[in-house]
Design a protein around this ligand. Structure first.
Ligand code: UCC
Length: 622
């Protein structure tokens, strides 16, 4: 050992004993005294010899109470829901996350579900075996009222904000248990909106009693694809004499297949076995997955899906071979009825996307206070902090949009929403889902990079965050499908959703306009808004196909302008801090209205469709 090395060692160690990981002969951890290390000519203990790998280990980022660490969540609640009971509950729940839930989530990642097709004697059982932690998360979700609190409505129109604040804290530690919760909440919403055709199911889905609590599936996707549900659904429903139905079909992508019940779409056959094609032929059914003895209700589990991420969730291919089911919608109103579920699951998706961003930014900044490089901590490298600051701005903007949607949902359920609120909820739900899904992948990916090579190492737990983020822009409608849903909402409302958007943004900007610090942001937003209005005004006169071509950029423009407006609105609050103002200014530096800039560049001109085709298929041999 060189003198310099020995000296560094002595400086590094506060005590005379340091813990060193021993590689030799199965010793995992050992304590070696400095005196032993100082022993001259003792080759077996020399630093970097076969038995000693040195005394430096990078400190890992620690998860501390995610509620106390979240300045924006706390400020938001202080502004809108300053209820001590809420703060106390979130504080306690934050502690539970670090002391219990986070480890359960990790166990789910490490012990993915498996399928046992047959019992030892050859009987087909199709048993999906999940780990104990998965079951524990189900019980804990009931106890904490993660679904129930959305329906108890203890905080009036703010009830959804309270509930979703819990989901937001829970999600990054919960091993994707948010997936069954999203569908459970969505199923409760559908049942409630249909006037409670199945009260027992509603009571169980919203129960706080872990023995009573049910989760629900949402079986929509069939082999012909998951987006075009109306033409892709082949499952048929045969009416039985007792009024129930038997379902026959193949569901290609069914998440959380260990659920207690499910909602699913099927086509009712007439006396000749014929069905009605398209959306008008689809009806909504509720079925238990297993009967009261635990036997399968006419469902064969073909196989579990081998996925990039969300490996904790038992996603399966299911053959429905006479599944006993109850019709819960009007005949032919299946898509419109399940749309309520899609609204809820898309909101969960949004909450989970922001939650992933927030968890990543918390871990990154924690690590930056420990990791030293080029002679100083990462937190003292301005370029590094600039990168984290950009992630923070993205996260804040996404958070405020998400909470606004939860507020609008709460108002609708509390029957206090105005017509404008209703329009905004319809428009902003797909906008938020599509935009935050993309942001989450970007923020989580950039965040991983800030851990250097460690961000790429499986047992740090970090890579699974990126895998799990990738699904957020896929399930519950891809970015393009949701962009088309934005167009649908405009068309169905004859433009009223856009009118609500313009009025709301204008009013909020006027209210914030008196703050001189915010003026640059307000000016950019106003200019972007008028550009967007001009684009919309001319849209009707453009050749057909132009609006579809612009759908994604239009959705991004709506997202960026509304997020900027909410950042400004928050920064104009009397208790806002200078960091709130700074975040709003930074957000508004970007192109807030890409649909206008791309339009100016000719991106939606009719000839572009053909040019795009030529570019994409250049050289394709068939
Ligand atoms: O199942 C999946 C994975 C489950 C896991 C969930 C966990 C999530 C957890 C997140 C937390 C971590 S993924 C399934 C993905 N599939 C989709 O999302 C479907 C994508 N496709 C669509 O969104 C389509 O737009 C459809 C299927 C909803 C609609 O297609 P159609 O048939 O062309 O629709 P129409 O004919 O335009 O609309 C039929 C009716 C209309 O109502 P009426 O007849 O009253 O005018 C529409 O207004 O449905 C209404 N409607 C809606 N209403 C359609 N979309 C909506 C909507 N978004 N909101 C309200």
């Amino acid at each position: 050992m060189t003198a310099a090395l020995r000296m560094s060692l002595q400086m590094c160690c506060r005590s005379n004993h340091i813990a060193l990981r021993m590689l030799s002969r199965g010793v995992a951890y050992s304590s070696v005294s400095l005196d032993e290390l100082n022993e001259p000519n003792d080759h077996s203990h020399a630093l970097f010899s076969r038995s000693v790998i040195g005394n430096f280990f990078q400190e890992q980022p620690l998860l501390t109470n995610p509620f106390t660490q979240d300045a924006l969540l706390r400020a938001y609640l202080q502004r809108h829901l300053p209820v001590q009971e809420v703060e106390g509950d979130l504080l306690r729940f934050g502690e539970r996350i670090i002391s219990e839930i986070d480890a359960l989530g990790r166990q789910c990642e490490l012990n993915p579900p498996r399928l046992q097709h047959f019992d030892a004697w050859g009987r087909r059982i199709d048993s999906i075996i999940t780990c104990d932690a998965w079951t524990r998360l189900k019980h804990l979700s009931a106890q904490e009222g993660l679904v129930a609190s959305g329906y108890e409505r203890n905080y009036g129109e703010w009830s959804r904000v309270y509930q979703m604040s819990k989901i937001y804290l829970f999600a990054p530690s919960a091993g994707l248990y948010t997936c069954p919760l999203a569908m459970t909440d969505g199923a409760a919403k559908v049942i409630e909106s249909l006037g409670m055709p199945v009260r027992e199911a509603f009571v169980r889905l919203t129960s706080r009693d872990e023995q009573q609590f049910w989760t629900s599936g949402q079986w929509m996707t069939e082999r012909r694809g998951g987006s075009d549900v109306s033409t892709g659904t082949e499952t048929v429903a045969r009416r039985q004499q007792d009024g129930w139905f038997k379902l026959y079909g193949f569901k290609w992508f069914t998440s959380a297949t260990d659920a207690d019940m499910t909602l699913t779409l099927a086509r009712i056959t007439d006396a000749h076995g014929r069905t009605t094609p398209g959306s008008r032929g689809l009806s909504l059914f509720l079925a238990k997955v297993r009967d009261s003895h635990g036997s399968s209700n006419g469902v064969e589990v073909q196989r579990l899906k081998d996925k990039l991420g969300t490996r904790q969730v038992p996603t399966a291919e299911l053959l429905l071979d006479g599944m006993k089911a109850q019709l819960v919608s009007e005949e032919g109103r299946g898509v419109a009825s399940i749309a309520n579920m899609l609204t809820i699951t898309r909101i969960y998706n949004t909450v989970c996307a922001v939650a992933a961003m927030r968890r990543m930014t918390q871990l990154c900044r924690e690590y930056s206070c420990k990791r030293s490089v080029f002679g100083k901590l990462l937190k003292d490298h301005s370029l590094h902090v600039q990168t984290l600051s950009r992630l923070e701005v993205e996260t804040r903007a996404a958070f405020l949009l998400t909470m606004e949607i939860c507020r609008l949902l709460g108002r609708e359920e509390n029957r206090t929403s105005t017509e404008r609120d209703t329009h905004l909820l319809r428009l902003l739900t797909p906008v938020a889902k599509l935009y935050t899904g993309k942001q989450a992948v970007g923020v989580v990916s950039e965040g991983l990079e800030s851990f250097g090579g460690q961000g790429y190492i499986e047992d740090t737990g970090l890579p699974s965050m990126l895998r799990d983020a990738q699904v957020l822009s896929i399930w519950e409608g891809t970015t393009n499908v949701l962009s088309l849903d934005v167009l649908r909402s405009i068309e169905k409302s004859s433009g009223s959703v856009l009118q609500a958007f313009f009025t709301d943004v204008k009013e909020r900007l006027v209210a914030a306009g008196s703050s001189s610090a915010l003026r640059p942001a307000v000016s950019s937003l106003q200019a972007s808004l008028s550009g967007l209005m001009s684009f919309i005004q001319t849209a009707a006169t453009r050749p057909s196909g132009c609006l579809e071509l612009a759908a994604r950029d239009l959705s991004y423009s709506l997202a960026r302008i509304y997020m900027g407006t909410l950042l400004v609105d928050h920064a104009a609050w009397e208790n806002a801090t200078h960091t709130d103002v700074y975040a709003a200014l930074r957000w508004c530096e970007q192109d807030l209205c890409p649909v206008v800039s791309r339009d100016s560049a000719g991106s939606y001109d009719p000839h572009v469709i053909d040019m795009d085709k030529q570019l994409v298929y250049d050289g394709l041999k068939r």
